[in-house]
Design a protein around this ligand. Structure first.
Ligand SMILES: NC(=O)c1ccc[n+]([C@@H]2O[C@H](COP(=O)([O-])OP(=O)(O)OC[C@H]3O[C@@H](n4cnc5c(N)ncnc54)[C@H](O)[C@@H]3O)[C@@H](O)[C@H]2O)c1
Length: 310
Protein backbone atom coordinates (compact mmCIF):
# COMPACT_ATOMS: atom_id res chain seq x y z
CA UNK A 1 0.00 0.00 0.00
CA UNK A 2 1.30 3.44 -0.91
CA UNK A 3 1.46 5.79 2.09
CA UNK A 4 4.75 7.65 2.10
CA UNK A 5 5.75 9.64 -0.99
CA UNK A 6 9.25 10.76 -2.00
CA UNK A 7 9.50 13.77 -4.32
CA UNK A 8 12.88 13.59 -5.98
CA UNK A 9 13.74 16.87 -7.72
CA UNK A 10 11.87 20.01 -6.62
CA UNK A 11 11.78 22.13 -9.79
CA UNK A 12 8.64 23.04 -11.71
CA UNK A 13 7.19 19.52 -11.83
CA UNK A 14 8.45 18.12 -8.51
CA UNK A 15 7.00 21.02 -6.50
CA UNK A 16 3.65 20.71 -8.26
CA UNK A 17 3.56 16.92 -7.65
CA UNK A 18 4.35 17.58 -3.97
CA UNK A 19 1.33 19.87 -3.62
CA UNK A 20 -0.84 17.31 -5.39
CA UNK A 21 0.12 14.38 -3.10
CA UNK A 22 0.02 16.58 0.04
CA UNK A 23 -3.46 17.86 -0.91
CA UNK A 24 -4.62 14.23 -1.13
CA UNK A 25 -3.44 13.53 2.42
CA UNK A 26 -0.08 11.87 1.69
CA UNK A 27 3.06 12.64 3.69
CA UNK A 28 5.44 13.82 0.99
CA UNK A 29 9.14 14.29 1.59
CA UNK A 30 10.94 16.59 -0.84
CA UNK A 31 14.59 16.45 -1.84
CA UNK A 32 16.65 18.25 -4.47
CA UNK A 33 20.39 18.08 -5.08
CA UNK A 34 20.32 21.86 -4.75
CA UNK A 35 19.26 22.83 -1.20
CA UNK A 36 17.98 26.28 -2.23
CA UNK A 37 15.78 24.65 -4.91
CA UNK A 38 14.42 22.23 -2.32
CA UNK A 39 13.41 25.20 -0.14
CA UNK A 40 11.96 27.12 -3.08
CA UNK A 41 10.10 24.01 -4.30
CA UNK A 42 8.61 23.41 -0.84
CA UNK A 43 7.55 27.06 -0.67
CA UNK A 44 6.01 26.79 -4.15
CA UNK A 45 4.13 23.64 -3.09
CA UNK A 46 2.76 25.54 -0.04
CA UNK A 47 1.70 28.43 -2.29
CA UNK A 48 -0.02 25.97 -4.64
CA UNK A 49 -2.01 24.60 -1.69
CA UNK A 50 -3.10 28.11 -0.61
CA UNK A 51 -4.14 28.80 -4.18
CA UNK A 52 -6.14 25.54 -4.33
CA UNK A 53 -8.07 26.75 -1.27
CA UNK A 54 -8.65 30.18 -2.86
CA UNK A 55 -9.96 28.43 -5.97
CA UNK A 56 -12.19 26.21 -3.83
CA UNK A 57 -10.44 23.08 -5.05
CA UNK A 58 -9.23 22.18 -1.54
CA UNK A 59 -11.44 22.65 1.56
CA UNK A 60 -9.94 25.32 3.85
CA UNK A 61 -10.13 22.98 6.87
CA UNK A 62 -7.70 20.59 5.07
CA UNK A 63 -5.09 23.27 4.36
CA UNK A 64 -2.98 23.02 7.52
CA UNK A 65 -2.86 19.19 7.33
CA UNK A 66 -1.89 19.41 3.66
CA UNK A 67 0.89 21.89 4.43
CA UNK A 68 2.19 19.71 7.26
CA UNK A 69 2.37 16.82 4.76
CA UNK A 70 5.21 18.68 2.97
CA UNK A 71 8.51 17.66 4.54
CA UNK A 72 11.74 18.97 2.98
CA UNK A 73 14.75 16.71 3.70
CA UNK A 74 18.49 17.05 3.15
CA UNK A 75 19.66 13.67 1.87
CA UNK A 76 18.61 10.75 -0.30
CA UNK A 77 18.80 8.55 2.78
CA UNK A 78 16.26 10.69 4.66
CA UNK A 79 14.07 10.87 1.57
CA UNK A 80 13.98 7.22 0.67
CA UNK A 81 14.50 5.13 3.81
CA UNK A 82 10.79 4.74 4.65
CA UNK A 83 9.14 5.56 1.35
CA UNK A 84 6.66 3.47 -0.67
CA UNK A 85 6.58 5.51 -3.86
CA UNK A 86 9.16 7.78 -5.49
CA UNK A 87 8.04 10.41 -7.99
CA UNK A 88 11.32 11.26 -9.72
CA UNK A 89 11.32 14.66 -11.45
CA UNK A 90 14.98 15.49 -12.10
CA UNK A 91 16.40 16.81 -15.35
CA UNK A 92 15.45 15.04 -18.58
CA UNK A 93 18.79 13.33 -19.14
CA UNK A 94 19.56 9.59 -19.23
CA UNK A 95 22.95 9.99 -17.55
CA UNK A 96 21.66 12.11 -14.65
CA UNK A 97 18.72 9.78 -14.08
CA UNK A 98 20.89 6.63 -14.36
CA UNK A 99 23.38 7.86 -11.75
CA UNK A 100 20.54 8.80 -9.44
CA UNK A 101 18.78 5.46 -9.91
CA UNK A 102 21.97 3.63 -8.91
CA UNK A 103 22.35 5.82 -5.78
CA UNK A 104 18.67 5.52 -4.92
CA UNK A 105 18.62 1.77 -4.51
CA UNK A 106 21.15 1.97 -1.69
CA UNK A 107 18.45 3.46 0.55
CA UNK A 108 15.13 2.51 -1.03
CA UNK A 109 13.07 -0.42 0.35
CA UNK A 110 13.15 -3.17 -2.31
CA UNK A 111 9.38 -3.08 -2.84
CA UNK A 112 9.06 0.71 -3.17
CA UNK A 113 7.90 1.91 -6.58
CA UNK A 114 10.01 4.26 -8.71
CA UNK A 115 7.92 6.42 -11.06
CA UNK A 116 9.64 8.86 -13.38
CA UNK A 117 7.98 12.07 -14.60
CA UNK A 118 10.08 11.87 -17.77
CA UNK A 119 8.43 13.67 -20.69
CA UNK A 120 9.75 11.31 -23.30
CA UNK A 121 12.68 9.07 -22.31
CA UNK A 122 12.42 5.29 -22.63
CA UNK A 123 11.93 3.65 -19.26
CA UNK A 124 13.57 0.38 -20.43
CA UNK A 125 16.81 2.29 -20.82
CA UNK A 126 16.45 3.96 -17.42
CA UNK A 127 15.63 0.75 -15.54
CA UNK A 128 18.69 -1.10 -16.90
CA UNK A 129 20.82 0.20 -14.01
CA UNK A 130 18.39 -0.95 -11.31
CA UNK A 131 18.85 -4.07 -9.23
CA UNK A 132 15.04 -4.33 -8.89
CA UNK A 133 13.86 -2.91 -12.24
CA UNK A 134 10.44 -4.59 -12.03
CA UNK A 135 9.21 -1.80 -9.69
CA UNK A 136 10.00 1.09 -12.04
CA UNK A 137 7.90 2.82 -14.70
CA UNK A 138 7.11 6.22 -16.14
CA UNK A 139 4.23 8.23 -14.65
CA UNK A 140 4.28 11.29 -16.87
CA UNK A 141 2.13 14.24 -15.78
CA UNK A 142 1.09 17.33 -17.71
CA UNK A 143 2.13 20.66 -16.28
CA UNK A 144 0.91 21.56 -13.66
CA UNK A 145 0.41 18.05 -12.20
CA UNK A 146 -1.59 19.39 -9.24
CA UNK A 147 -4.26 20.64 -11.66
CA UNK A 148 -4.18 18.51 -14.82
CA UNK A 149 -5.67 15.02 -14.43
CA UNK A 150 -3.68 13.16 -17.12
CA UNK A 151 -0.90 10.75 -16.08
CA UNK A 152 0.66 8.59 -18.79
CA UNK A 153 1.81 5.25 -17.41
CA UNK A 154 4.55 3.60 -19.44
CA UNK A 155 5.96 0.21 -18.51
CA UNK A 156 9.50 -0.74 -19.51
CA UNK A 157 10.60 -4.19 -20.65
CA UNK A 158 11.19 -5.22 -17.04
CA UNK A 159 8.19 -3.55 -15.35
CA UNK A 160 5.75 -6.07 -13.88
CA UNK A 161 2.02 -5.99 -14.52
CA UNK A 162 1.61 -5.79 -10.74
CA UNK A 163 3.62 -2.54 -10.55
CA UNK A 164 1.66 -1.02 -13.39
CA UNK A 165 -1.68 -2.02 -11.87
CA UNK A 166 -0.72 -0.75 -8.38
CA UNK A 167 0.19 2.67 -9.79
CA UNK A 168 -2.88 2.82 -12.02
CA UNK A 169 -5.15 2.00 -9.04
CA UNK A 170 -3.32 4.54 -6.88
CA UNK A 171 -3.84 7.38 -9.36
CA UNK A 172 -7.47 6.43 -9.98
CA UNK A 173 -8.10 6.63 -6.22
CA UNK A 174 -6.54 10.10 -6.19
CA UNK A 175 -8.85 11.31 -8.95
CA UNK A 176 -6.23 11.35 -11.72
CA UNK A 177 -6.86 10.12 -15.26
CA UNK A 178 -4.22 7.47 -15.95
CA UNK A 179 -3.69 6.18 -19.50
CA UNK A 180 -1.61 3.09 -20.25
CA UNK A 181 0.88 2.72 -23.08
CA UNK A 182 1.05 -0.81 -24.50
CA UNK A 183 4.60 -0.16 -25.65
CA UNK A 184 7.10 2.61 -25.01
CA UNK A 185 7.82 5.27 -27.62
CA UNK A 186 9.80 8.52 -27.23
CA UNK A 187 7.40 11.27 -26.06
CA UNK A 188 4.67 8.80 -24.95
CA UNK A 189 1.23 9.79 -26.35
CA UNK A 190 0.48 13.38 -25.38
CA UNK A 191 3.91 14.86 -26.12
CA UNK A 192 4.03 13.16 -29.53
CA UNK A 193 0.70 14.78 -30.35
CA UNK A 194 2.01 18.05 -28.94
CA UNK A 195 5.24 17.71 -30.95
CA UNK A 196 3.34 17.26 -34.23
CA UNK A 197 1.18 20.28 -33.50
CA UNK A 198 4.04 22.44 -32.25
CA UNK A 199 6.12 21.86 -35.38
CA UNK A 200 3.24 23.09 -37.50
CA UNK A 201 2.59 26.07 -35.17
CA UNK A 202 6.27 27.04 -35.57
CA UNK A 203 6.23 26.44 -39.34
CA UNK A 204 3.13 28.64 -39.84
CA UNK A 205 4.95 31.39 -37.95
CA UNK A 206 8.23 30.86 -39.78
CA UNK A 207 6.50 30.93 -43.20
CA UNK A 208 4.67 34.17 -42.25
CA UNK A 209 1.24 32.60 -42.69
CA UNK A 210 -0.10 34.39 -39.60
CA UNK A 211 1.03 36.17 -36.43
CA UNK A 212 1.91 34.15 -33.34
CA UNK A 213 -1.14 35.55 -31.55
CA UNK A 214 -3.48 34.52 -34.39
CA UNK A 215 -1.96 31.03 -34.57
CA UNK A 216 -2.52 30.58 -30.84
CA UNK A 217 -6.00 32.09 -31.02
CA UNK A 218 -6.96 29.76 -33.89
CA UNK A 219 -5.95 26.85 -31.70
CA UNK A 220 -7.54 27.74 -28.41
CA UNK A 221 -10.82 29.25 -29.64
CA UNK A 222 -11.39 26.45 -32.17
CA UNK A 223 -10.06 22.92 -31.74
CA UNK A 224 -8.80 23.61 -28.20
CA UNK A 225 -12.35 24.10 -26.90
CA UNK A 226 -13.41 20.71 -28.23
CA UNK A 227 -10.23 18.98 -27.07
CA UNK A 228 -11.16 19.64 -23.45
CA UNK A 229 -14.21 17.46 -24.05
CA UNK A 230 -13.24 14.81 -26.58
CA UNK A 231 -10.23 13.55 -28.48
CA UNK A 232 -9.38 13.77 -32.17
CA UNK A 233 -10.90 10.41 -33.10
CA UNK A 234 -14.29 11.07 -31.52
CA UNK A 235 -14.31 14.64 -32.90
CA UNK A 236 -13.92 13.30 -36.44
CA UNK A 237 -16.42 10.49 -35.84
CA UNK A 238 -18.91 13.32 -35.19
CA UNK A 239 -17.41 15.35 -38.06
CA UNK A 240 -18.59 12.70 -40.53
CA UNK A 241 -22.25 13.37 -39.66
CA UNK A 242 -24.51 10.35 -39.94
CA UNK A 243 -21.77 8.59 -41.97
CA UNK A 244 -19.47 8.70 -38.96
CA UNK A 245 -15.70 8.32 -39.01
CA UNK A 246 -15.67 6.30 -42.24
CA UNK A 247 -17.39 9.08 -44.16
CA UNK A 248 -15.08 11.67 -42.60
CA UNK A 249 -11.97 9.71 -43.62
CA UNK A 250 -13.20 9.13 -47.15
CA UNK A 251 -14.31 12.71 -47.79
CA UNK A 252 -12.76 15.48 -45.69
CA UNK A 253 -9.97 13.20 -44.46
CA UNK A 254 -8.72 12.63 -48.02
CA UNK A 255 -8.27 16.35 -48.57
CA UNK A 256 -5.89 16.40 -45.60
CA UNK A 257 -3.33 14.66 -47.86
CA UNK A 258 -2.67 17.94 -49.66
CA UNK A 259 -2.08 19.67 -46.29
CA UNK A 260 0.28 16.93 -45.19
CA UNK A 261 2.18 17.15 -48.48
CA UNK A 262 2.62 20.91 -47.91
CA UNK A 263 3.75 20.63 -44.29
CA UNK A 264 7.27 20.83 -42.89
CA UNK A 265 8.91 17.62 -41.76
CA UNK A 266 12.05 19.06 -40.14
CA UNK A 267 13.32 17.49 -36.92
CA UNK A 268 15.37 20.46 -35.64
CA UNK A 269 13.75 23.84 -35.05
CA UNK A 270 15.15 26.28 -37.66
CA UNK A 271 16.92 29.32 -36.20
CA UNK A 272 14.50 31.65 -37.99
CA UNK A 273 11.47 29.95 -36.40
CA UNK A 274 13.16 30.02 -33.00
CA UNK A 275 13.78 33.78 -33.21
CA UNK A 276 10.24 34.54 -34.41
CA UNK A 277 8.71 32.37 -31.68
CA UNK A 278 10.72 33.93 -28.86
CA UNK A 279 10.13 37.53 -29.97
CA UNK A 280 6.51 36.73 -30.91
CA UNK A 281 5.40 36.09 -27.34
CA UNK A 282 6.52 39.57 -26.19
CA UNK A 283 3.14 41.28 -26.80
CA UNK A 284 1.41 38.48 -24.85
CA UNK A 285 3.80 38.86 -21.95
CA UNK A 286 3.14 42.61 -21.92
CA UNK A 287 -0.56 41.99 -21.30
CA UNK A 288 0.04 40.10 -18.04
CA UNK A 289 3.10 39.18 -15.98
CA UNK A 290 4.21 35.51 -15.99
CA UNK A 291 2.71 35.09 -12.49
CA UNK A 292 -0.58 36.66 -13.63
CA UNK A 293 -0.76 34.34 -16.65
CA UNK A 294 -0.13 31.31 -14.41
CA UNK A 295 -2.82 32.42 -11.91
CA UNK A 296 -5.24 33.08 -14.81
CA UNK A 297 -4.48 29.66 -16.36
CA UNK A 298 -4.87 27.77 -13.07
CA UNK A 299 -8.18 29.40 -12.21
CA UNK A 300 -9.63 28.59 -15.64
CA UNK A 301 -8.22 25.04 -15.59
CA UNK A 302 -10.16 24.33 -12.42
CA UNK A 303 -13.34 25.92 -13.78
CA UNK A 304 -13.15 23.97 -17.07
CA UNK A 305 -12.82 20.72 -15.15
CA UNK A 306 -15.75 21.64 -12.90
CA UNK A 307 -17.90 22.23 -15.99
CA UNK A 308 -16.84 18.90 -17.49
CA UNK A 309 -17.54 17.05 -14.20
CA UNK A 310 -21.05 18.55 -14.09
N1 LIG B 1 8.42 21.17 -17.55
C1 LIG B 1 7.37 20.48 -17.97
O1 LIG B 1 6.40 21.02 -18.53
C2 LIG B 1 7.30 18.98 -17.72
C3 LIG B 1 6.04 18.35 -17.81
C4 LIG B 1 5.95 16.97 -17.52
C5 LIG B 1 7.11 16.26 -17.18
N2 LIG B 1 8.31 16.91 -17.11
C6 LIG B 1 9.48 16.09 -16.72
O2 LIG B 1 9.73 16.30 -15.33
C7 LIG B 1 11.15 16.21 -15.09
C8 LIG B 1 11.61 17.50 -14.41
O3 LIG B 1 11.31 18.61 -15.23
P1 LIG B 1 11.19 20.10 -14.64
O4 LIG B 1 10.58 20.92 -15.73
O5 LIG B 1 10.58 20.07 -13.29
O6 LIG B 1 12.74 20.48 -14.52
P2 LIG B 1 13.41 21.54 -13.51
O7 LIG B 1 14.69 21.94 -14.15
O8 LIG B 1 12.45 22.62 -13.14
O9 LIG B 1 13.71 20.65 -12.20
C9 LIG B 1 14.63 19.60 -12.18
C10 LIG B 1 15.22 19.56 -10.80
O10 LIG B 1 16.02 18.37 -10.66
C11 LIG B 1 17.06 18.67 -9.77
N3 LIG B 1 18.10 17.65 -9.85
C12 LIG B 1 18.98 17.46 -10.86
N4 LIG B 1 19.78 16.38 -10.57
C13 LIG B 1 19.37 15.89 -9.38
C14 LIG B 1 19.77 14.83 -8.55
N5 LIG B 1 20.78 14.02 -8.90
N6 LIG B 1 19.15 14.62 -7.37
C15 LIG B 1 18.13 15.44 -7.00
N7 LIG B 1 17.70 16.49 -7.73
C16 LIG B 1 18.29 16.71 -8.92
C17 LIG B 1 17.52 20.07 -10.20
O11 LIG B 1 18.25 20.71 -9.18
C18 LIG B 1 16.17 20.73 -10.49
O12 LIG B 1 15.67 21.42 -9.37
C19 LIG B 1 11.81 15.95 -16.43
O13 LIG B 1 12.03 14.57 -16.60
C20 LIG B 1 10.77 16.45 -17.43
O14 LIG B 1 10.85 15.79 -18.67
C21 LIG B 1 8.43 18.25 -17.35
Amino acid sequence: MIQQIAILGCGLIGSSWASFFASKGFRSKLYDIDTATCQRGTEQARENLHRLVELKSLPEEQLSDAISNLIPVHSLEELLGDCDYVQESVLEDYEIKAKLYRDMETFLPTDAIIASSSSGLLVSQMQQVLEYPQRSLIAHPFNPPHLIPLVELVPGKQTTVETLETVREFFLQLGKQPVLLKKEVPGHIANRLAAALWREALALLDDDVASLEDIDTALCTGPGLRWALMGQHLIYELGGGSGGYEKFIETIGCSFSSYWEDMQTWTQIPESAKKKAISGTTPLMEKRTREEWIAWRDEKLIKIQQVIEE
